[in-house]
Design a protein around this ligand. Sequence first.
Ligand code: CP
Ligand code: NVA
Length: 305
Amino acid sequence: MMALKHFLQFNDLNLDELEYVFERAHWIKNQFKNYKQYWPLQDRTLVMIFEKASTRTRLSFEAGMQQLGGSAIYLNTRDSQLGRGEPVEDAAQVISRMSDIVMIRTFEQEIIERFAANSRVPVINGLTNEYHPCQIMADIFTYIEHRGSIKGKTVAWIGDSNNVCNTWLQAAEVLDFNVHVSTPPGYEVEPERANLYGNDHFEVFADPMDAAKGADLVTTDVWTSMGFEAENEERMRDFADWQVDAEMMSVAAKDALFMHCLPAHRGEEVSAAVIDGKQSVVWDEAENRLHTQKALMEYLLLGKV
Ligand code: CP
Ligand code: NVA
């Protein structure tokens, strides 16, 4: 039996644990691709709580749990008591007595922390305003598949210093690579919000072209994240020069990859030529959510097998 362990932010797993999860993801992916049944989580139940919309996260967790022999239950704020003011602590007590593992997509990180503090089972962050750790786990696994170790490499982050950006910054500390960040003025990285150990794994650039220069991986995300829709018009103006286009990719390393967590807006944060072009690995990246999260659930429930 594994001691109770949550995945609420990226650095909840150390280097050794991450390397193990990547190794398992590779093996589990192989089984899946070869139509080999692998049911280590038979009779286990995953509860997924969504307070924001999702396509990939829901699909990858639900399909992933089924493929591991377990089952998954979907709850959202609208049709459960969660939207009617039941305290998070009470919900955690009840939900974690009826399930083996919980995934939550919500607003403030504090909500998921309060849930985890009252949960008898592992809790996984499926995206908060602050972090998106499952996404970056899949992204780095994708990088490794295409290019090998990410250690010492440079990732260029172009755009908003949002949940996905914060998680890249944490990942850089755990896996020892560098992030070159360029955000418009007023949207700068807040190291405290990103919960970083220091500031030696990222560098800030005023000009996004300078951030992209020589990068091994160029990545971006929507200009307006879920929950920030009221700022959309202002953001469309502020972010206009922060589009990853062919010109920006041309200053990155020759074999640089392009990633985007999706959903994407062609013509805003990325040009169609880049996201649909040769350097883009966005479909592998989306698929790898499935394989890496299966490995994560296996690890949180069974430990090293
Ligand atoms: N990338 C990602 O988390 O996608 P969804 O919002 O569709 O889950
Ligand atoms: N930053 C985006 C990611 C969506 C997967 C958001 O939070 O809406």
